[in-house]
Design a protein around this ligand. Structure first.
Ligand code: NAD
Length: 337
Protein backbone atom coordinates (compact mmCIF):
# COMPACT_ATOMS: atom_id res chain seq x y z
CA UNK A 1 0.00 0.00 0.00
CA UNK A 2 1.29 3.46 -0.91
CA UNK A 3 1.51 5.60 2.23
CA UNK A 4 0.14 9.05 1.34
CA UNK A 5 0.44 12.17 3.50
CA UNK A 6 -1.78 15.20 2.94
CA UNK A 7 -0.30 18.51 4.04
CA UNK A 8 -2.98 21.20 4.04
CA UNK A 9 -6.40 19.77 4.83
CA UNK A 10 -8.76 22.34 3.32
CA UNK A 11 -11.00 22.34 0.25
CA UNK A 12 -8.68 20.24 -1.90
CA UNK A 13 -6.77 18.36 0.81
CA UNK A 14 -9.80 16.84 2.52
CA UNK A 15 -11.20 15.65 -0.81
CA UNK A 16 -7.87 14.13 -1.83
CA UNK A 17 -7.62 12.33 1.52
CA UNK A 18 -11.05 10.73 1.04
CA UNK A 19 -10.25 9.80 -2.58
CA UNK A 20 -6.92 8.24 -1.54
CA UNK A 21 -8.61 6.28 1.23
CA UNK A 22 -11.05 4.84 -1.32
CA UNK A 23 -8.22 3.40 -3.48
CA UNK A 24 -7.27 -0.28 -3.25
CA UNK A 25 -3.52 0.45 -3.35
CA UNK A 26 -3.20 3.50 -1.06
CA UNK A 27 -3.54 4.53 2.58
CA UNK A 28 -3.68 7.95 4.21
CA UNK A 29 -0.79 7.91 6.66
CA UNK A 30 -1.91 11.24 8.09
CA UNK A 31 -3.04 14.79 7.39
CA UNK A 32 -1.48 18.04 8.60
CA UNK A 33 -3.36 21.13 9.69
CA UNK A 34 -2.38 24.53 11.02
CA UNK A 35 -5.31 25.04 13.36
CA UNK A 36 -7.98 23.07 15.21
CA UNK A 37 -11.00 24.17 13.16
CA UNK A 38 -14.00 22.12 11.96
CA UNK A 39 -11.88 20.41 9.34
CA UNK A 40 -9.36 19.27 11.98
CA UNK A 41 -12.19 17.88 14.05
CA UNK A 42 -13.75 15.99 11.13
CA UNK A 43 -10.33 14.63 10.11
CA UNK A 44 -10.03 13.07 13.56
CA UNK A 45 -13.62 11.78 13.42
CA UNK A 46 -12.82 10.10 10.12
CA UNK A 47 -9.83 8.40 11.69
CA UNK A 48 -7.08 10.30 9.87
CA UNK A 49 -4.02 10.70 12.11
CA UNK A 50 -3.70 14.47 12.53
CA UNK A 51 -0.32 16.23 12.53
CA UNK A 52 0.50 19.82 13.41
CA UNK A 53 1.65 21.76 10.34
CA UNK A 54 3.21 24.45 12.51
CA UNK A 55 4.99 23.38 15.70
CA UNK A 56 4.25 26.61 17.60
CA UNK A 57 0.54 25.93 17.31
CA UNK A 58 0.47 22.51 18.96
CA UNK A 59 -0.92 24.18 22.08
CA UNK A 60 -4.01 25.36 20.16
CA UNK A 61 -4.88 21.73 19.38
CA UNK A 62 -4.28 20.77 23.04
CA UNK A 63 -6.57 23.60 24.17
CA UNK A 64 -9.30 22.44 21.75
CA UNK A 65 -8.98 18.87 23.03
CA UNK A 66 -7.87 17.53 19.64
CA UNK A 67 -5.22 14.79 19.79
CA UNK A 68 -2.22 15.11 17.53
CA UNK A 69 -0.15 12.23 16.13
CA UNK A 70 2.96 14.41 15.71
CA UNK A 71 4.40 17.18 13.58
CA UNK A 72 4.37 17.59 9.82
CA UNK A 73 8.09 16.76 9.69
CA UNK A 74 7.36 13.33 11.17
CA UNK A 75 4.46 12.85 8.78
CA UNK A 76 6.58 13.64 5.72
CA UNK A 77 9.31 11.28 6.96
CA UNK A 78 6.81 8.46 7.30
CA UNK A 79 5.11 8.91 3.90
CA UNK A 80 5.94 7.47 0.46
CA UNK A 81 4.55 10.67 -1.10
CA UNK A 82 3.01 13.94 0.10
CA UNK A 83 0.07 15.71 -1.46
CA UNK A 84 0.56 19.38 -0.59
CA UNK A 85 -2.78 21.19 -0.65
CA UNK A 86 -1.74 24.31 1.23
CA UNK A 87 -2.84 27.77 0.09
CA UNK A 88 -1.10 29.15 -3.02
CA UNK A 89 2.55 29.97 -2.39
CA UNK A 90 2.91 27.89 0.76
CA UNK A 91 3.33 24.70 -1.26
CA UNK A 92 6.41 26.17 -2.92
CA UNK A 93 7.80 27.10 0.51
CA UNK A 94 7.28 23.50 1.68
CA UNK A 95 9.31 22.00 -1.15
CA UNK A 96 12.59 22.30 0.80
CA UNK A 97 11.11 20.16 3.60
CA UNK A 98 9.98 17.48 1.12
CA UNK A 99 13.38 17.43 -0.57
CA UNK A 100 15.13 17.20 2.81
CA UNK A 101 13.18 14.02 3.58
CA UNK A 102 13.59 12.74 0.03
CA UNK A 103 9.81 12.34 -0.12
CA UNK A 104 8.24 13.01 -3.52
CA UNK A 105 5.54 15.68 -3.43
CA UNK A 106 2.54 16.83 -5.42
CA UNK A 107 1.80 20.56 -5.42
CA UNK A 108 -1.47 22.14 -6.52
CA UNK A 109 -2.33 24.52 -9.33
CA UNK A 110 -2.03 27.66 -7.20
CA UNK A 111 1.74 27.25 -7.25
CA UNK A 112 3.89 28.65 -10.04
CA UNK A 113 4.89 26.07 -12.62
CA UNK A 114 8.57 26.59 -11.81
CA UNK A 115 8.02 25.52 -8.18
CA UNK A 116 7.79 21.94 -9.51
CA UNK A 117 9.85 19.74 -11.84
CA UNK A 118 6.79 19.05 -14.01
CA UNK A 119 3.07 19.79 -14.39
CA UNK A 120 0.51 17.00 -14.60
CA UNK A 121 -2.83 16.04 -16.10
CA UNK A 122 -3.66 12.32 -16.13
CA UNK A 123 -5.28 12.19 -19.59
CA UNK A 124 -2.62 14.35 -21.22
CA UNK A 125 0.87 13.60 -19.87
CA UNK A 126 0.69 10.74 -17.33
CA UNK A 127 3.84 9.10 -18.67
CA UNK A 128 6.11 12.13 -18.24
CA UNK A 129 6.42 12.39 -14.45
CA UNK A 130 7.68 9.01 -13.21
CA UNK A 131 10.51 9.48 -10.73
CA UNK A 132 10.06 13.27 -10.46
CA UNK A 133 10.62 14.78 -7.01
CA UNK A 134 8.01 17.55 -7.20
CA UNK A 135 5.02 17.55 -9.55
CA UNK A 136 2.29 20.15 -9.86
CA UNK A 137 -1.26 18.97 -10.52
CA UNK A 138 -2.55 21.84 -12.64
CA UNK A 139 -5.43 24.07 -11.54
CA UNK A 140 -9.13 23.33 -11.91
CA UNK A 141 -9.45 25.42 -15.09
CA UNK A 142 -6.29 24.02 -16.68
CA UNK A 143 -7.44 20.49 -15.82
CA UNK A 144 -10.79 21.20 -17.49
CA UNK A 145 -9.12 22.59 -20.62
CA UNK A 146 -6.54 19.77 -20.81
CA UNK A 147 -9.19 17.04 -20.61
CA UNK A 148 -10.93 18.66 -23.56
CA UNK A 149 -7.88 19.44 -25.70
CA UNK A 150 -6.21 16.02 -25.48
CA UNK A 151 -8.91 13.90 -27.16
CA UNK A 152 -9.55 16.63 -29.77
CA UNK A 153 -5.84 16.77 -30.55
CA UNK A 154 -5.62 12.99 -30.88
CA UNK A 155 -8.73 12.65 -33.04
CA UNK A 156 -8.67 15.74 -35.25
CA UNK A 157 -5.58 17.86 -34.60
CA UNK A 158 -5.90 21.31 -33.00
CA UNK A 159 -4.91 24.50 -34.80
CA UNK A 160 -5.92 26.99 -32.11
CA UNK A 161 -7.88 27.18 -28.87
CA UNK A 162 -9.73 30.30 -27.76
CA UNK A 163 -11.31 30.01 -24.31
CA UNK A 164 -13.26 32.54 -22.25
CA UNK A 165 -13.30 31.49 -18.62
CA UNK A 166 -16.17 32.85 -16.55
CA UNK A 167 -14.83 32.11 -13.11
CA UNK A 168 -16.60 31.83 -9.77
CA UNK A 169 -15.59 34.63 -7.38
CA UNK A 170 -14.81 32.20 -4.56
CA UNK A 171 -15.63 28.77 -3.18
CA UNK A 172 -18.86 28.55 -1.11
CA UNK A 173 -17.00 28.79 2.21
CA UNK A 174 -14.73 31.67 1.13
CA UNK A 175 -16.74 34.47 2.70
CA UNK A 176 -14.12 37.13 1.99
CA UNK A 177 -14.04 36.68 -1.79
CA UNK A 178 -15.95 38.55 -4.45
CA UNK A 179 -17.23 40.29 -6.45
CA UNK A 180 -20.59 40.43 -4.68
CA UNK A 181 -22.38 42.44 -7.34
CA UNK A 182 -20.24 42.96 -10.39
CA UNK A 183 -18.76 41.31 -13.47
CA UNK A 184 -15.02 41.76 -13.66
CA UNK A 185 -12.76 41.26 -16.64
CA UNK A 186 -10.02 39.48 -14.67
CA UNK A 187 -7.33 39.93 -15.65
CA UNK A 188 -8.18 42.87 -17.87
CA UNK A 189 -5.13 42.24 -20.05
CA UNK A 190 -4.78 39.24 -22.34
CA UNK A 191 -3.91 36.46 -22.09
CA UNK A 192 -5.12 35.34 -18.68
CA UNK A 193 -2.61 33.07 -16.94
CA UNK A 194 -4.64 30.01 -17.96
CA UNK A 195 -3.35 29.80 -21.54
CA UNK A 196 0.32 29.74 -20.51
CA UNK A 197 -0.65 27.26 -17.80
CA UNK A 198 -2.19 24.92 -20.38
CA UNK A 199 1.11 25.24 -22.26
CA UNK A 200 2.86 23.57 -19.28
CA UNK A 201 0.92 20.45 -20.34
CA UNK A 202 0.81 21.10 -24.13
CA UNK A 203 3.97 23.11 -24.87
CA UNK A 204 3.20 23.57 -28.58
CA UNK A 205 -0.50 24.35 -28.33
CA UNK A 206 -1.68 27.69 -29.75
CA UNK A 207 -4.11 28.93 -27.09
CA UNK A 208 -5.55 32.30 -26.07
CA UNK A 209 -7.56 32.62 -22.86
CA UNK A 210 -9.63 35.45 -21.40
CA UNK A 211 -10.80 35.51 -17.80
CA UNK A 212 -13.75 37.04 -15.98
CA UNK A 213 -14.92 36.81 -12.37
CA UNK A 214 -18.59 36.77 -11.46
CA UNK A 215 -20.64 36.69 -8.23
CA UNK A 216 -21.02 32.89 -8.16
CA UNK A 217 -19.53 30.14 -6.01
CA UNK A 218 -20.72 26.87 -7.52
CA UNK A 219 -18.67 26.30 -10.69
CA UNK A 220 -16.63 27.93 -13.43
CA UNK A 221 -18.09 28.19 -16.93
CA UNK A 222 -15.95 27.96 -20.09
CA UNK A 223 -17.01 29.29 -23.47
CA UNK A 224 -14.78 27.40 -25.90
CA UNK A 225 -13.80 27.76 -29.54
CA UNK A 226 -11.31 25.26 -30.97
CA UNK A 227 -10.17 25.51 -34.58
CA UNK A 228 -9.54 21.92 -35.62
CA UNK A 229 -7.28 20.61 -38.39
CA UNK A 230 -10.05 18.23 -39.57
CA UNK A 231 -13.76 18.99 -40.05
CA UNK A 232 -15.67 16.35 -38.08
CA UNK A 233 -19.42 16.61 -37.61
CA UNK A 234 -20.74 17.95 -34.30
CA UNK A 235 -22.19 14.48 -33.65
CA UNK A 236 -18.75 12.92 -34.08
CA UNK A 237 -17.24 15.37 -31.57
CA UNK A 238 -20.06 14.68 -29.14
CA UNK A 239 -19.46 10.92 -29.46
CA UNK A 240 -15.74 11.42 -28.93
CA UNK A 241 -16.30 13.39 -25.73
CA UNK A 242 -18.94 10.92 -24.51
CA UNK A 243 -16.34 8.14 -24.72
CA UNK A 244 -13.99 10.04 -22.37
CA UNK A 245 -14.33 8.99 -18.73
CA UNK A 246 -13.86 12.46 -17.21
CA UNK A 247 -15.98 14.50 -19.59
CA UNK A 248 -19.73 14.31 -19.12
CA UNK A 249 -21.73 15.33 -22.18
CA UNK A 250 -25.00 16.55 -20.69
CA UNK A 251 -27.97 15.05 -22.56
CA UNK A 252 -30.73 17.55 -23.36
CA UNK A 253 -33.44 15.56 -21.56
CA UNK A 254 -31.74 16.01 -18.16
CA UNK A 255 -32.68 19.69 -18.39
CA UNK A 256 -29.55 20.81 -16.55
CA UNK A 257 -29.66 24.50 -17.42
CA UNK A 258 -26.72 25.73 -15.36
CA UNK A 259 -24.29 25.16 -12.51
CA UNK A 260 -27.05 25.17 -9.87
CA UNK A 261 -28.89 22.30 -11.54
CA UNK A 262 -25.65 20.35 -12.06
CA UNK A 263 -24.83 20.65 -8.36
CA UNK A 264 -28.38 19.58 -7.47
CA UNK A 265 -27.95 16.57 -9.77
CA UNK A 266 -24.68 15.72 -8.00
CA UNK A 267 -26.47 15.87 -4.64
CA UNK A 268 -29.31 13.69 -5.93
CA UNK A 269 -26.74 11.19 -7.19
CA UNK A 270 -25.32 11.05 -3.66
CA UNK A 271 -21.97 12.53 -4.61
CA UNK A 272 -19.80 13.33 -1.55
CA UNK A 273 -19.89 17.10 -0.91
CA UNK A 274 -21.96 17.39 -4.14
CA UNK A 275 -18.68 17.03 -6.03
CA UNK A 276 -18.63 17.00 -9.82
CA UNK A 277 -15.31 15.45 -10.85
CA UNK A 278 -16.09 15.54 -14.59
CA UNK A 279 -16.07 18.40 -17.12
CA UNK A 280 -19.78 19.04 -17.75
CA UNK A 281 -20.23 19.80 -21.46
CA UNK A 282 -23.64 20.77 -22.78
CA UNK A 283 -24.35 18.35 -25.63
CA UNK A 284 -26.53 20.89 -27.47
CA UNK A 285 -23.74 23.45 -27.35
CA UNK A 286 -21.32 21.23 -29.27
CA UNK A 287 -21.39 22.90 -32.68
CA UNK A 288 -19.17 22.85 -35.77
CA UNK A 289 -18.95 25.88 -38.09
CA UNK A 290 -16.53 24.85 -40.86
CA UNK A 291 -13.41 23.84 -38.90
CA UNK A 292 -14.43 25.70 -35.74
CA UNK A 293 -15.78 23.78 -32.75
CA UNK A 294 -17.83 25.66 -30.15
CA UNK A 295 -19.10 24.45 -26.79
CA UNK A 296 -19.86 25.39 -23.19
CA UNK A 297 -18.48 23.43 -20.26
CA UNK A 298 -18.89 23.83 -16.50
CA UNK A 299 -16.01 22.95 -14.19
CA UNK A 300 -16.41 22.20 -10.49
CA UNK A 301 -13.39 24.01 -9.12
CA UNK A 302 -13.36 22.24 -5.75
CA UNK A 303 -13.22 18.70 -7.09
CA UNK A 304 -12.10 18.15 -10.70
CA UNK A 305 -8.42 18.01 -9.65
CA UNK A 306 -9.07 15.31 -7.02
CA UNK A 307 -8.94 12.21 -9.29
CA UNK A 308 -5.94 13.84 -11.01
CA UNK A 309 -4.06 13.94 -7.70
CA UNK A 310 -4.77 10.24 -7.17
CA UNK A 311 -3.43 9.37 -10.63
CA UNK A 312 -0.41 11.62 -10.11
CA UNK A 313 0.55 9.53 -7.06
CA UNK A 314 0.79 6.36 -9.18
CA UNK A 315 2.37 8.19 -12.10
CA UNK A 316 5.17 9.67 -9.96
CA UNK A 317 5.85 6.43 -8.09
CA UNK A 318 5.56 4.38 -11.29
CA UNK A 319 3.21 1.83 -9.73
CA UNK A 320 0.68 1.68 -12.58
CA UNK A 321 0.17 2.70 -16.18
CA UNK A 322 -2.10 5.50 -17.37
CA UNK A 323 -5.16 3.56 -18.48
CA UNK A 324 -5.16 1.25 -15.49
CA UNK A 325 -4.62 4.06 -12.97
CA UNK A 326 -7.41 6.20 -14.42
CA UNK A 327 -9.76 3.21 -14.38
CA UNK A 328 -8.85 2.28 -10.80
CA UNK A 329 -9.29 5.86 -9.61
CA UNK A 330 -12.61 6.25 -11.40
CA UNK A 331 -13.97 2.94 -10.10
CA UNK A 332 -12.90 3.62 -6.51
CA UNK A 333 -14.33 7.16 -6.46
CA UNK A 334 -17.35 6.58 -8.69
CA UNK A 335 -16.22 9.01 -11.40
CA UNK A 336 -18.41 8.92 -14.50
CA UNK A 337 -21.83 10.55 -14.74
P1 NAD B 1 -7.91 26.05 1.40
O1 NAD B 1 -7.61 27.38 1.98
O2 NAD B 1 -9.33 25.60 1.33
O3 NAD B 1 -7.10 24.93 2.17
C1 NAD B 1 -5.76 25.07 2.51
C2 NAD B 1 -5.53 24.41 3.86
O4 NAD B 1 -4.15 24.51 4.19
C3 NAD B 1 -6.29 25.11 4.99
O5 NAD B 1 -6.87 24.10 5.80
C4 NAD B 1 -5.20 25.87 5.74
O6 NAD B 1 -5.51 25.98 7.12
C5 NAD B 1 -4.02 24.95 5.55
N1 NAD B 1 -2.70 25.59 5.70
C6 NAD B 1 -2.37 26.89 5.64
N2 NAD B 1 -1.05 27.04 5.84
C7 NAD B 1 -0.54 25.81 5.99
C8 NAD B 1 0.77 25.30 6.22
N3 NAD B 1 1.84 26.09 6.34
N4 NAD B 1 0.93 23.95 6.35
C9 NAD B 1 -0.14 23.10 6.25
N5 NAD B 1 -1.39 23.54 6.04
C10 NAD B 1 -1.59 24.87 5.90
O7 NAD B 1 -7.24 26.05 -0.04
P2 NAD B 1 -7.64 25.15 -1.29
O8 NAD B 1 -8.76 25.81 -1.99
O9 NAD B 1 -7.77 23.73 -0.86
O10 NAD B 1 -6.37 25.35 -2.20
C11 NAD B 1 -5.19 24.59 -2.02
C12 NAD B 1 -4.41 24.61 -3.30
O11 NAD B 1 -5.20 24.00 -4.32
C13 NAD B 1 -4.03 25.98 -3.84
O12 NAD B 1 -2.81 25.87 -4.56
C14 NAD B 1 -5.14 26.27 -4.82
O13 NAD B 1 -4.79 27.21 -5.80
C15 NAD B 1 -5.35 24.90 -5.40
N6 NAD B 1 -6.67 24.70 -6.01
C16 NAD B 1 -7.79 25.19 -5.40
C17 NAD B 1 -9.00 25.01 -6.01
C18 NAD B 1 -10.26 25.56 -5.41
O14 NAD B 1 -11.15 25.93 -6.12
N7 NAD B 1 -10.41 25.65 -4.13
C19 NAD B 1 -9.09 24.33 -7.21
C20 NAD B 1 -7.94 23.77 -7.77
C21 NAD B 1 -6.72 23.98 -7.16
Amino acid sequence: MIQVAVNGYGTIGKRVADAVRAQPDMEVVGVAKTRPNFEAETAVDKGYPLYAAIEDRIELFDDAGIDLAGTVDELVAEADIVVDACPSGIGADNVAMYREHDTPALLQGGEDADAADASFNARSNYDTVEGADVVRVVSCNTTGLSRLVKPLEEAYGVEKVRATLVRRGGDPAQTGRGPINDILPNPVGLPSHHGPDVNTIFPDLDIDTLGLKVPATLMHMHSINVTLEDRPSADAVRDLLERESRTFVIPEHLDLDGAGAIKEYAMDRGRPRADVWENCIWGESVTMEDDDLYLFQAIHQESDVVPENVDAIRAVLGTDDQASSIETTNDAMGVGL
